[in-house]
Design a protein around this ligand. Sequence first.
Ligand SMILES: [Zn+2]
Length: 161
Amino acid sequence: MVSGETHYIFGKRYGLEFIERRGKHELKIPNSRIVQLFVNPGTSRDNRAQVLAEWYRQKFHDIIPQLLNKWQPIIGENVTDWGIKKMRTKWGSCNITQRRIWLNLELAKKPIECLEYVVVHELVHLLERYHNHRFQAYMDEYLPPWRQYRDILNREPLEDF
Ligand SMILES: [Zn+2]
């Protein structure tokens, strides 16, 4: 993680400006092209990446409750809880018996519509466990362009944080 690297935040591309200074680690987006990462001098690469991951995580905590408030009444099912999980092969998952959904933090790099698609997809699993015709019919009903969002997610493989 060094200055000049490119980072994606909700589908938009930003150049990274890496600034060492004493104090709290911070991430700022001063304009539509630049992400500034303020860290203490000598901060390791892993810890720098952690500042960005924490920022993504905070964004999820702002956005996911809004998406759940929007979609749960439409779909007519509620989750008891949701969480963020590092997953190598999945964008999201749903534990049907516990009514809990998990979201992959990598979604913070994709267009926000993709995050919404995954939330809707996991909620629809509360209606239908399998990816069958019934499942697809629900998706078509609730989120007609869902295939387009799925394709965006499938286009690039998951990478490690
Ligand atoms: Zn699924």
